[in-house]
Design a protein around this ligand. Sequence first.
Ligand code: IMP
Length: 197
Amino acid sequence: MPTLLLGTKNAGKIREIRALLADLQLELLTWQECPFPEIAEDGLSCQENALKKARQISAKTGLAVLADDAGLEVAALGGAPGVLSARYSGAPAGEERDEQNIAKLLQNLAGVTDRLARFVCVMVLHWPEGRELIATGELRGRIAERPRGQNGFGYDPVFIPENYRRTLGELGPAVKNSISHRRRALEQLKAALKSGA
Ligand code: IMP
């Protein structure tokens, strides 16, 4: 069975990617079974950061690695927070920043009626011998007036997907995993994963 290491320490992402790959015959490893150092996300784009994480973690561990970098782009804010989504309210980035990031976003959108936004995810699959695949997924939607729901992570409590009235925080994992930017990126990589990561 092929082995794949997930190049993230974010518990929310690990939960989602595990569910999205559950139908494949893969031995999925995380940083808990195969520790790797923190990789600085200092690239100018999500693609740069995802490539950096996948390449460096693969070089350190000798394993095939799946890494993603995602960002929230808000039209009325000129595409911000974008690649800075994780540290929008300051550094260091981390799940404990989620609430502050949401607070800053809502503050910057106070009184703004155009709340269109999208999540973008760049997913990189890197094999130790150098082979590499890149895929991008997008989820369009809008920013809610206030946080709603406890599901998911990051900006999920304030993101209402296109064609829905509830936030990802309210909709829960089954709905999110059926439409998410992460799912859409991963769908494109699944054929390669099936044939031998
Ligand atoms: P990164 O991909 O770990 O750099 O994440 C960038 C930022 O976007 C972090 O603040 C995440 O919490 C947030 N983020 C990434 N993916 C999602 C998502 O699926 N839902 C909500 N927030 C997300």
